[in-house]
Design a binder for this molecule. Structure first.
Ligand SMILES: C[S@@+](CC[C@H](N)C(=O)[O-])C[C@H]1O[C@@H](n2cnc3c(N)ncnc32)[C@H](O)[C@@H]1O
Length: 204
């Protein structure tokens, strides 16, 4: 029973869908606020930036990015999250400041070199092939563009379903970022070590 519940919640976190997905999205918007805020600070988004939020879920980071960037692209594989964000941000979309798209990190619906800031928080656990996902992110980033990845530490994710979540350490990510061709890879762990941020630059 508990393992079924654990699998159901883990599945919703990996791809929020339907009523359960809306509940999980609201919880994520509350529980992930601090990590997203710190990730956006580290991302250093300037007024002219074209930012991408990959795996935006409940969309808590979108208003924060819209306050800073010239344009924001939001991509998520969950159709229900895409529909909800598109409805919530109809004005930003009409104003040409936001594009919301369904898509997977394995094959992003974006042109080469089209973004210069990429945020992705609490998503890498669901990527089957980490290095090819990072290479795909690099493809859509212009040379010199910056990426920030936010993760929770494995110690705070003991109760997730490990068939759905692949726990990745900051070292796993730093190595994969280097192998995928990113430069200036930097790890910033929270004082309690429960969360980590990785920043990296697309090689010029
Ligand atoms: C745990 S939620 C995190 C949402 C948000 N970034 C936050 O910090 O609250 C993970 C989100 O990433 C999306 N996602 C997972 N794997 C993905 C993939 N391969 N490509 C695109 N989106 C993905 C899921 O659909 C989900 O909305």
């Amino acid at each position: 029973m508990i393992s079924k519940l654990r699998a159901a919640i883990s599945r919703q976190l990996s791809q929020p869908t339907g009523v359960g997905g809306r509940v999980v999205a609201a919880l994520m918007n509350r529980g992930n606020r601090d990590l997203n805020r710190r990730a956006i600070d580290l991302l250093d988004v300037g007024r002219s930036a074209r930012a991408l939020d990959l795996g935006f879920g409940g969309g808590l980071a979108l208003p924060l990015l819209l306050e800073r960037a010239a344009h924001v692209t939001a991509v998520d594989r969950a159709q229900d999250m895409v529909a909800a964000a598109a409805a919530r941000h109809a004005d930003d979309i009409a104003a040409g400041r936001l594009t919301v798209l369904a898509g997977d990190v394995g094959a992003l619906p974006l042109d080469d070199g089209s973004v210069d800031r990429v945020l992705t928080v609490n998503t890498v656990y669901f990527w089957r092939d980490l290095e090819s996902a990072l290479r795909e992110l690099r493809r859509v980033m212009r040379p010199g563009a910056r990426l920030v990845i936010g993760i929770r530490d494995g110690v705070v994710m003991e109760r997730v379903d490990h068939d759905i979540f692949t726990i990745r350490t900051p070292t796993d990510l730093a190595v994969a970022l280097g192998d995928a061709g990113f430069d200036e890879v930097d790890v910033a762990s929270a004082a309690d070590r429960k969360t980590h941020l990785l920043a990296a630059t697309n090689a010029r």
